[in-house]
Design a binder for this molecule. Structure first.
Ligand code: UDP
Ligand code: MG
Length: 316
């Protein structure tokens, strides 16, 4: 069996060498079991020497395939390129920053042997701030109530995929990609095992708060139109409240005579409703924006350098 290890790399010059050593070691251990390994590295427009390091690695090790983007297109685009470049019978997707322990690959391959199409590593949140852990937990609880495919906390992109899963994911050509959700959407027999999260070895996480928020919104909006439906229900609920309240005021006026004060009520209702309307407009805008990007049909990434012969594979 040929196993492709796909790793997106963004400004990872410090760890890349060590990462490659670590996966090479795993490859050696897999060899006696009859498995060959191929390394697929995607340089996502890094500003440091990541590409230079990749070229060196490829010179020393013929099993390395790399591609480098013309600019930073984001991890999702890098993952897509990696999956397109991988030719293995199964593909292991993992981060290059050594937060995904390479030793676990053997475990994954073993579980693949038991017939699972997706072997998913679920991490604990060791070494992370309590705030982030709590927000993550809250987020997943909310999202799962809203979204059709189940997203699990701690389950990320670190997983082994069989060829048919990879092909299925590659057939999904949408522009806004949310891999976690795509993998879940594809389905096939899957199994999950837990591991302890390693603290980042070098550099820092490239996630900003804004990035995380946007990623969270993507998760909510990429898979269904339930937020739109929620808007509909909210509108109906508000209408009902307004009806009841109007009846109440009219009734009170009939019984007690006219009573005009109500400045606070009016201001509250006007601003609250304006807020609700803006949010709903925003929800519609989000979907329209997504449609806009899909319609333009631009490529997910542009390639600057690669050691793979036919770049047509990369950009169909
Ligand atoms: N990454 C990427 N493009 C980006 C940001 C990140 O290819 O724009 C890669 C990065 O090199 C790493 C992986 O995605 O291999 C995960 O990134 P990071 O460690 O910053 O995220 P975290 O582990 O905090 O989720
Ligand atoms: Mg990381």
């Amino acid at each position: 069996m040929l196993i492709s290890i796909v790793a997106p790399c963004y400004n990872e010059e410090d760890v890349l060498g060590r990462f490659h050593e670590a996966v090479q070691k795993v490859a050696e251990e897999l060899l006696p079991l009859g498995h060959d390994v191929q390394f697929v590295y995607v340089d996502d427009g890094s500003r440091d020497r990541t590409l230079v390091v990749l070229k060196e690695l490829a010179d020393l090790d013929a099993r390395v395939r790399y591609v480098s983007f013309s600019r930073n297109f984001g991890k999702e685009a890098a993952l897509l390129a990696g999956l397109r470049l991988a030719t293995g019978d199964c593909v292991v997707v993992m981060d290059a920053d050594l937060q995904h322990p390479p030793e676990l690959i053997k475990r994954m391959v073993e579980l693949r042997g038991q017939g699972y199409d997706q072997v998913i590593a679920k991490r604990t949140r060791t070494g992370e701030g309590i705030a982030r852990t709590l927000t993550a937990r809250l987020y997943y609880r909310t999202v799962n109530r809203l979204v059709d495919v189940e997203l699990v906390d701690g389950v990320g992109d670190f997983r082994l995929l069989s060829r048919r899963v990879v092909d299925a994911v590659l057939d999904l050509t949408e522009y806004n990609r949310f891999s976690k959700g795509l993998f879940a959407w594809v389905g096939f027999p899957s199994t999950t095992f837990a591991y302890t999260n390693a603290v980042r070895a070098h550099g820092r996480s490239s996630w900003t708060l804004r990035g995380l928020l946007n990623y969270g919104l993507d998760g909510l909006l990429s898979f269904n139109n339930r937020p739109l439906r929620a808007a509909l229900y909210l509108g109906m609920g508000l209408l009902l409240c307004a009806g009841v309240y109007t009846a109440w005021i009219v009734g009170a006026a009939l019984v007690n005579g006219v009573d005009t004060p109500g400045y606070v009520t009016i201001i509250t209702v006007v601003t609250a409703l304006a807020g609700v309307q803006m949010i709903m407009l925003g929800v519609i805008g989000e979907y329209t924006g997504r449609i806009y990007y899909e319609v333009k049909g631009r490529p997910h990434f542009l390639v600057k350098a690669t050691n793979v012969e036919r770049t047509k594979d990369l950009i169909p």
